[in-house]
Ligand binder design. Structure first.
Ligand SMILES: *[C@@H]1O[C@H](CO)[C@@H](O)[C@H](O)[C@H]1NC(C)=O
Ligand SMILES: *[C@@H]1O[C@H](CO)[C@@H](O)[C@H](O)[C@H]1NC(C)=O
Ligand SMILES: *[C@@H]1O[C@H](CO)[C@@H](O)[C@H](O)[C@H]1NC(C)=O
Length: 452
């Protein structure tokens, strides 16, 4: 019934495959072109983790690569079954005075800059770099087209560090050719709340991909994170590295099936016609739940309470306060949308749902240039059934002209995906913690964290 989605569309995977490259190339003797090996690895996705581990060890023909990871403060495959290892930081913080004070060296023609994303001019340069050079699907049919407003939102949470928005320019022309960012986030692992960095938007201009900029950029952002006395990070990748805390799958719900099929995002199911497919995905014109309305600033306290309680159910989840909710959840046009259900009797907010807007450019198609995608963010249902709440989310996303609604199988999402006609994507998204060991891998439903 559900068409097969052809693309392996892994959010934030480029940044992290570059993370592999970074760390690999940390040692000059190691080849940094690991992408192909890793896409082989991904084919083993259904294998249990120790089988994966063995296959990975076998795939790593370059022994230094293996050695390299053994030197990093990340969970190791060989330790996966060793439950005697303590949970928590793998390495203690080093004294701040021992953190390297000067930036890492770049190749001679390039220089570091700190990007002031509040400057329209700089933000436009970053936008242009990303919209032309950032993540594409495997078949180069789509490329993320994060909007300027989205970037400003994503990079300016409460307590952000401007110095973590790092660019690389060509010295002579000042052209921006690479970018990487970190933002601070309080993330709870079991009962410990840890301030971490979330690293994202690593992008190197296509023409400079062979110049080994990515590794030094990741080292530089790590150094700047350490300078703020922060020693842990959370990140995602489309490839298997030592060692995921969990592996998730993307699911896609067609809102505009004709366009998705026309542009090659999905294909017509067997024995399906276009008109039957359009009927299958048809949604009501307006939300069905009484009291379902757009979230407003005045809802921040109740949404924070709902979210805090809900996120305690998960092993790894952000620790949001009202300031975080005001930043991350209150609707921002064209960036993030949130809806609450307000009880008709008590006027209490009992449920909410949210999604962010991350369009992609459609490459080389004669009739369509922009794919409008909504991504499920945080959803909490206490009175309204989750399926009904998310059906209303689909309805409003359709009203807003999104073509597709994407969701990971994290939190309680498995409870609505099949029922609401989401189809599984063919890629995985792996979550990692840097310098923090957890005792055993989580199920994706035990994860309460969505990274942009
Ligand atoms: C890099 O690798 C070489 C060869 O394996 C080794 O001798 C050297 O110590 C390594 N350097 C660092 C900084 O790890
Ligand atoms: C683009 O639109 C034209 C006119 O509607 C149609 O004939 C053509 O098949 C479309 N091209 C693609 C690749 O969908
Ligand atoms: C990318 O998004 C911008 C708005 O942020 C839009 O103006 C532009 O047309 C989009 N690019 C493509 C190729 O769709």
């Amino acid at each position: 019934m559900v068409p097969n989605f052809m693309i392996c569309y892994l959010v934030s995977c480029f940044d992290c495959s570059a993370l592999v490259q970074l760390t690999m190339a940390d040692n000059g003797s190691v080849n940094d072109d690991t992408t192909n090996q890793n896409s082989e690895i991904i084919k083993t996705e259904s294998a249990p983790i120790d089988e994966l581990s063995r296959e990975i060890q076998e795939t790593l023909s370059v022994s230094q690569r293996h050695k390299f990871w053994e030197t990093q403060p990340v969970g190791q495959f060989k330790d996966l079954r060793d439950t005697s290892l303590p949970e928590g930081p793998i390495e203690p913080p080093t004294p701040l005075s021992e953190v390297k004070q000067e930036p890492y060296n770049l190749p001679n023609l390039y220089e570091w800059v700190t990007c002031d994303m509040n400057s329209e001019e700089t933000c436009l340069e970053v936008y242009n770099l990303l919209s032309n050079n950032y993540v594409e699907d495997d078949e180069n049919m789509f490329r993320f087209n994060y909007s300027k407003e989205f970037l400003q939102w994503a990079l300016h949470p409460p307590g952000y560090f401007k110095t973590w928005h790092i660019g690389v320019r060509v010295k002579s022309s000042k052209k921006l050719v690479a970018f990487i960012t970190g933002i601070p986030a309080k993330i709870r692992v079991q009962n410990e709340i840890i301030t971490m960095a979330e690293v994202n938007f690593l992008c190197v201009h296509k023409k400079l991909r062979s110049k080994r900029l990515a590794p030094v950029m990741i080292k530089e952002v790590t150094r700047r994170v350490h300078l703020e006395n922060i020693w842990q990070a959370a990140y995602t990748a489309g490839v298997v590295l030592p060692t995921p805390i969990t592996s998730c799958q993307y699911w896609h719900r067609s809102l505009n099936p004709k366009k998705l099929i026309d542009v090659g995002f999905s294909r017509l199911g067997p024995r399906m016609t276009m008109s039957r497919t359009m009927k299958l995905y048809k949604l009501p014109d307006s939300p069905l739940t009484p009291g379902f309305r757009k979230m407003e600033l005045r809802d921040v306290p109740s949404v924070t309470r709902l979210l805090k309680t809900y996120l305690l159910e998960f092993v790894v989840a952000p620790d949001f306060d009202e300031m975080d909710v005001e930043h991350w959840i209150v609707p921002k046009e064209g960036v993030v949308d949130s809806f609450v259900v307000e009880s008709q009797e008590t006027h209490e907010v009992t449920d909410f749902c949210s999604f962010y807007s991350l369009p992609s450019s459609i490459l080389g198609h004669p009739n369509h240039s922009n794919l409008k995608a909504a991504y499920s963010y945080y959803n909490v249902a206490t009175k309204t059934p989750l399926i009904q709440l998310m059906n209303d989310a689909l309805i409003v996303a359709k009203q807003m002209d999104f073509d597709v609604f994407n969701a990971l199988d994290v939190m309680h999402n498995e409870g609505f995906l099949k029922e609401l006609k989401f189809g599984p994507g063919d890629g995985k998204l792996h979550y990692y913690l840097y310098n923090y060991r957890i005792k055993s891998m989580l199920r994706s439903s035990e994860l309460g964290l969505v990274l942009l």
